[in-house]
Design a protein around this ligand. Structure first.
Ligand SMILES: *[C@@H]1O[C@H](CO)[C@@H](O)[C@H](O)[C@H]1NC(C)=O
Ligand SMILES: *[C@@H]1O[C@H](CO)[C@@H](O)[C@H](O)[C@H]1NC(C)=O
Ligand SMILES: *[C@@H]1O[C@H](CO)[C@@H](O)[C@H](O)[C@H]1NC(C)=O
Ligand SMILES: *[C@@H]1O[C@H](CO)[C@@H](O)[C@H](O)[C@H]1NC(C)=O
Ligand SMILES: *[C@@H]1O[C@H](CO)[C@@H](O)[C@H](O)[C@H]1NC(C)=O
Ligand SMILES: *[C@@H]1O[C@H](CO)[C@@H](O)[C@H](O)[C@H]1NC(C)=O
Ligand SMILES: *[C@@H]1O[C@H](CO)[C@@H](O)[C@H](O)[C@H]1NC(C)=O
Ligand SMILES: [Zn+2]
Length: 722
């Protein structure tokens, strides 16, 4: 049971970041997390603060948070369409005391023009999907005239009519199962359900199998027990509103992110552009609600192979159909998707507090664009928080305080299409960032429930945990809530690994460590209407955070964490945790070798995996020793030693960056982790070695094995005490 719980908890992390979905393991069967587990623990309460911590903590005002949340969730702010919102943000940050301005790029996007989906039954009757959420009187933004229809960002334009096949979550393994069941896919439309792989990967897989269009639906079976309990749907209760639709990008983010037409360079006006980017789908796709999915699935009942016989996890969902594959002869879908191309400005807001040490910088960011008028959780819970975080630092500046390190605040545009604002900015300032940045803190879906969750590079896990002890959450500390959820995960300190799906992605490729934090739902909490019109101010106010207390706690946490990263004399990296986690990743590789290449022993020898394991173990020991010594008062009082150590710590993750990048996807440059290529959201640790083994390309595995051994040996050398 414990082992199962562990993997469930790892999966749960994916739900916090933008563009992420709830993976199979999480929502289909069991729930690892529940609000009921938020029991108090004996951390000192109230926490003991230093003077500066107290100023930051007390600066937060829940009324201000709510006011700004309301502002950000009552206007169209799809990427590139609301400059005034960027200007208001910069104006407010400036008023808060943080010098801020807009940074503009010119990027390729596409916007919905007309969408239509019709089911043509064999008897001639038709069913047309609604492709809009129902308007709900009490949720005012659902009635806004400029509401954004159901569409997929970067989807191809096209009109197709064809028979269709239900393809499960459209994972590569789902297609393999369909092929082994001899289901004909060529020329058909794929009917896929959300969950598992990033939606762009679903489309990519369908395209690779000769299919001509994709329809992706939300399945209530992924929502946990709410429906089964018969609880009322939004707005009457916590269950999913039947017309809710998940919009989102279908770019192939496993290859690269940022403006598809400027891979690797900033999208400034007049720069050269790729005319045929490899990350854009060639076939049209549309998202639909479960209410519209029902008749379409139902029409396949009895055709092809029945869902239960596919023997794939979560193939069968929560609707009353057999989830048969089809195709059903003569029953077709007509899918029409017309998109309007645009090369158009987008606006990041960048605010900077100069530190006394110009060589070290931290960056705190969140995106501002949303697929819908609302976006109360994704992303504007975080956007509202940044207003209060800049205000809190403004209060501190008023006392004459100056941070040791530069602090950069960022409100990114066009994250939703392909993490564009952050990636273009990183591409423009890469040399300076690689030179100075210590860490990047990301708050995307900052609040969509009451439970803390985070993914982070391992060196940040120690400080990320200890700062939770300084933050009040109701009648306990944030750490108490954290502890009750994650105490039984010592092997990763309760943190997930970063794959992709939000704005930390480009930073990681420069060898900059990152943390992605958010408060998410447990099993009994209201269903999150991800990328739907119901991710609205009204939903947040009535069902999730009526007093904005959760927003307040999350904002205070990020402010205090940023403060410590920016101002602690010794960089608060947990080298010990870094060593332990990397050691775990290295040992994890050996579990793959049997499935790969015959006997485990032979493969390990061929690739020389033992050297990898040994090198990482050596580093683990060095790191542990180092952590011990650098924690002593004698060390901390020696300023020269502290400065020298900081310079080394800054280089730590850079050691693992390989300029040429991973095979076939050179954008991803760190050898430590990348988005899993079959999933897009999830992390793959030591990807080039693992993928070499999976592909039976032993020369690749060997080459990257050597690179990693060399890199980690350098780290060992750097941190070995004289
Ligand atoms: C931009 O967003 C603001 C705040 O939500 C809203 O008031 C305004 O109408 C939006 N502007 C446009 C052009 O949609
Ligand atoms: C066609 O089939 C559908 C679904 O079985 C049914 O609801 C509808 O009444 C039928 N229409 C005609 C004209 O037979
Ligand atoms: C599910 O569908 C079957 C077959 O159409 C029907 O007999 C049954 O009553 C349905 N069950 C529910 C709970 O609606
Ligand atoms: C911060 O430092 C930069 C680089 O030295 C300088 O250009 C800028 O004017 C400084 N900003 C403030 C507000 O002092
Ligand atoms: C904190 O508050 C909750 C809910 O109000 C209550 O159940 C719990 O007992 C309280 N814990 C402490 C330590 O006071
Ligand atoms: C494995 O690596 C070690 C250390 O680099 C080296 O001494 C050894 O010869 C290698 N073995 C093989 C089979 O390549
Ligand atoms: C195996 O990997 C090597 C080194 O990365 C590469 O040059 C080669 O093309 C790969 N072979 C195949 C069959 O993909
Ligand atoms: Zn987001």
């Amino acid at each position: 049971m414990k082992k199962l719980l562990l993997s469930l908890l790892v999966a749960t992390k994916s739900s916090i970041a933008c563009q992420r979905e709830f993976p199979d393991e999480h929502f289909s069967s069991q729930f690892a997390r529940s609000s009921d587990t938020l029991t108090a623990r004996a951390e000192p309460f109230p926490p003991v603060w230093t003077k500066n911590e107290a100023i930051l903590h007390r600066a937060f005002d829940s009324v201000e948070l709510e006011t700004w949340a309301s502002y950000y969730t009552h206007g169209d702010h799809i990427a590139g369409r609301n400059k005034s919102m960027a200007e208001e943000t910069a104006k407010k940050w400036n008023a808060n005391g943080v010098p801020s301005s807009l940074v503009e790029y010119e990027v390729y996007l596409n916007y919905p023009e007309s969408q239509k989906l019709v089911l043509n039954r064999a008897n001639g009757s038709k069913y047309e999907a609604q492709l809009w959420e129902d308007k709900i009187a009490e949720d005012e933004t659902t009635e806004y005239p400029g509401s954004i229809p159901a569409f997929h960002g970067y989807s191809a334009s096209g009109d197709v009519e064809a028979e269709y096949v239900y393809v499960g979550r459209a994972h590569k393994d789902d297609f393999a199962a369909l092929k082994s069941a001899s289901i004909n896919l060529e020329g058909k439309i794929a009917l896929a359900k959300y969950g598992g792989p990033f939606r762009g990967i679903k489309v990519k897989n369908a395209e690779a199998n000769g299919m001509v269009g994709v329809v992706i639906f939300t399945d209530p079976g992924d929502d946990g027990p709410q429906e089964a309990k018969g609880q009322a749907a939004y707005p009457k209760g916590p269950a999913r509103q039947p017309s809710s639709i998940q919009r989102g990008s279908v770019a192939y983010i496993d290859r690269y992110v940022g403006d598809p037409t400027t891979p690797g360079w900033p999208s400034k006006p007049g720069v050269p552009r790729e005319s045929n980017p490899t990350i854009l789908p060639k076939i049209p796709s549309l998202p639909i609600s479960f209410r519209d999915a029902y008749p379409i699935l139902k029409a396949l009942d009895g055709y092809g192979k029945a869902g239960k016989d596919m023997r794939r996890d979560s193939w069968v969902g929560g609707l009353n159909v057999t989830y048969s594959t089809g195709p059903a002869p003569g029953i077709t879908l007509s899918l029409s998707n017309k998109m309007k191309d645009a090369t158009t400005p987008i606006w990041n807001v960048i605010g900077i507090i100069n530190g006394t040490n110009a060589d070290e910088t931290i960056v705190v960011g969140n995106h501002r664009d949303a697929w819908i008028i609302g976006g109360a959780a994704d992303p504007n819970s975080g956007t509202a928080m940044l207003i209060e975080i800049t205000r809190a630092f403004g209060e501190l500046l008023k006392t004459g305080w100056k941070p040791r390190r530069n602090i950069v605040f960022a409100s990114w545009d066009a994250e939703e299409y392909a993490l564009i604002g952050s990636t273009e900015w990183v591409e423009e300032f890469a040399p300076w960032l690689a030179d100075t940045v210590i860490s990047y803190l990301n708050i995307d879906i900052a609040v969509n429930g009451p439970l803390p969750g985070a993914s982070a590079t391992p060196e940040l896990r120690g400080i990320a945990q200890s700062v939770m002890k300084k933050v009040i959450y109701g009648n306990r500390t944030l750490y108490d809530a954290w502890y009750s959820l994650y105490r039984f995960r010592p092997e990763d300190n309760g943190f997930g690994n970063l794959g992709s799906g939000s704005d930390y992605t480009a930073f990681l490729q420069l060898g900059i460590g990152a943390l992605d934090f958010g408060m998410g739902p447990g099993s009994t909490d209201p269903v999150y209407h991800y990328h739907s019109n119901y991710d609205s101010y009204h939903w947040m106010k009535t069902l999730v955070d009526p007093t904005y207390a959760i927003h307040t706690t999350a904002g205070q946490y990020i402010a205090l964490l940023a403060y410590h990263l920016a101002d602690d004399p010794l960089l608060p990296y947990d080298l010990d945790a870094f060593g332990r986690n990397l050691d775990y990743w290295a040992r994890d590789v050996t579990s793959l070798t049997i499935s790969c290449c015959g006997s485990a022993g032979a493969t390990q020898q061929a690739v020389n995996l033992t050297t990898l394991i040994d090198a990482f173990r050596r580093f683990k020991d060095v790191a542990k020793q180092y952590q011990k010594v650098t924690s002593t008062d004698a060390f901390l009082q020696d300023d020269a030693k502290v400065q020298a150590t900081n310079a080394k710590l800054k280089k730590l993750l850079r050691l693992f960056v390989r300029e040429a990048g991973l095979p076939d996807r050179g954008f991803y440059k760190t050898a430590l982790f990348a988005p899993n290529r079959e999933d897009g959201y999830k992390a793959q640790t030591l990807p080039a070695v693992v993928e070499g083994l999976q592909d039976r390309n032993l020369s690749q595995a060997k080459e990257w094995n050597l690179f990693l051994v060399d890199a980690v040996d350098k780290a060992s050398e750097m941190f070995t005490l004289p």
